[in-house]
Design a protein around this ligand. Structure first.
Ligand SMILES: [Zn+2]
Length: 136
């Protein structure tokens, strides 16, 4: 996976995440964790996720698992989740499956630190995530 070749604009939250992950290495302006995950901004993560999803149409869990091998960001699961939720192809193919998957990944989203999953839970509980249209 390619990380865009531009200088990242990290926010305060990104910096916090970087400290939690102890990611001191700085390659061309990007922070990289000891596990070789690039710390990216949510905007970049969204682009990476879109690219990956366009090729695979994987569910949230598979997407996060795959993306996490090369990049992490603040609220990653939430970003992937809303991106997958917006995919008309996935929604059309199997909306119920999507709901089950997303519930599962809320429970399992302790992917970084306890703090981080709390943010993600907040994100998941926001009204956006009540959207799978049961009434269709
Ligand atoms: Zn899709």
């Amino acid at each position: 996976m390619k990380i865009p070749n531009l200088k990242p604009k990290y926010s305060k939250l990104d910096e916090q995440l970087t400290e939690e992950l102890k990611a001191p290495q700085n390659t061309q302006g990007w922070w990289v964790t000891p596990e070789k995950q690039g710390i990216v901004t949510p905007q970049v993560m969204l682009e990476l996720a879109k690219e990956k999803h366009a090729q695979t149409h994987w569910g949230v869990d598979a997407m996060v698992y795959s993306l996490k091998s090369s990049a992490v960001c603040v609220g990653m699961t939430g970003i992937v989740k809303s991106m997958v939720a917006d995919c008309p192809i996935c929604l059309k193919n199997n909306p119920l499956n999507w709901i089950c998957q997303s519930n599962l990944s809320v429970i399992q989203s302790g992917c970084l630190s306890s703090n981080h999953s709390e943010w993600e839970l907040l994100f998941c509980r926001s009204p956006v995530f009540s959207l799978p249209a049961m009434a269709s």
